[in-house]
Ligand binder design. Structure first.
Ligand code: AMP
Length: 197
């Protein structure tokens, strides 16, 4: 049976994972983590509850561990369709990045922009965002996306249902073509297949 320690993760990440109480990777973690660690793009077909948050968060922490954040220039973005999902990712990130000096900001609608802007000004490694709020802050020149080295699109089919696909396409174009992309969807309707292609 595959263990977390077989996936190429560092000691600090393994320690944080062990402290959450997980001992065996789920199938999506087992398949996605070693590939993501090599820097390749991923298309993961996975439902909520399969452990996909760790499947993208753990390789992200490893990738960001070496560098440092700069004002208004996030190094990674995670796009979520709803604030609840964004909150869950932030919670997971906090647990798994416990032994790393990485910071994150939540950019979601319906809350004041001032705190989000203040955090961006200080420099964040990871933005966990809903697409509309991220683009809003980009248009106000509060955030630049040309330093992004990893982009996660989570729950892409829900993004489609909510009409976010044009926003996602715009965000793709604003990030460097060299970025690593981890793309997750529970189903693959034609619009999502087109987007991934
Ligand atoms: P997710 O699909 O990422 O929303 O995760 C669903 C739930 O499974 C969350 O409550 C996680 O804390 C939990 N989980 C994630 N990975 C594992 C694992 N390897 N073993 C046991 N539980 C896990």
């Amino acid at each position: 049976m595959t263990k977390f320690s077989d996936l190429g993760l560092s000691e600090q990440v393994l320690k944080a994972v062990a402290e959450t109480g997980y001992d065996t990777p789920t199938p999506i973690q087992e398949q996605a983590i070693p590939v993501a660690m090599t820097g390749l793009d991923i298309l993961g077909i996975a439902q909520t509850g399969t452990g996909k948050t760790a499947a993208f968060t753990l390789p992200m922490i490893e990738k960001l561990a070496a560098g440092r954040s700069r004002a208004r220039m996030p190094r990674a973005i995670v796009l979520e369709p709803t604030r609840e999902l964004a909150d869950q990712v932030a919670e997971a990130f906090e647990k798994y990045a416990k032994y790393h000096k990485l910071n994150w900001a939540l950019l979601i609608g319906g809350v004041s922009m001032a705190d989000q802007v203040a955090k961006l000004d200080k420099g964040v490694d990871v933005l966990i965002a809903t697409p509309g709020r991220l683009l809003d802050l980009f248009e106000r020149s509060k955030v630049m996306l040309n330093g992004v080295t990893m982009m996660v699109v989570d729950e892409a089919d829900r993004m489609l249902d909510m009409g976010f696909i044009p926003d996602i396409e715009r965000i793709f174009k604003l990030t460097p073509p060299t970025r690593q992309t981890l793309f997750f969807s529970a189903t693959m309707p034609p619009e999502i297949t087109r987007l991934t292609e």
